[in-house]
Design a protein around this ligand. Structure first.
Ligand SMILES: [Zn+2]
Ligand SMILES: [Zn+2]
Length: 98
């Protein structure tokens, strides 16, 4: 796992843990719990273009990832989201399939 540590250090890990705790691990895409990854709500390039800090917890939310698929819907939410805006990938709950 050391290969992916890169430039993200202790500060990042603390921010991530904080975001996961604050949101109780509720995934932003499928809205089920148990997420251990975080993803940017506003795509990172757009966020930085607005002058945002890439590690600002305000722009981070829990999400399911490749090694952390959702145990409820079995999605890999991070992969299905990619760099697309959240509205495009977010699961709309309560909608009917006519
Ligand atoms: Zn999810
Ligand atoms: Zn799910």
């Amino acid at each position: 796992m050391a290969a992916s540590s890169g430039r993200k250090g202790r500060r990042w890990r603390r921010i991530k843990a904080q975001v996961l705790a604050d949101c109780a691990g509720i995934c932003i895409v499928c809205r089920h719990g148990g997420a251990t990854y975080t993803d940017h709500v506003v795509p990172i390039e757009a966020w930085k273009a607005m002058g945002g800090d890439p590690e600002d917890p305000a722009n981070l939310r829990p999400i399911h990832g490749a090694l952390n698929r959702c145990s409820v819907c079995h999605r890999c939410c991070n992969e299905s989201k990619g760099d697309r805006p959240l509205e495009e990938v977010q699961v709309v709950q309560g909608s009917r399939d006519w």
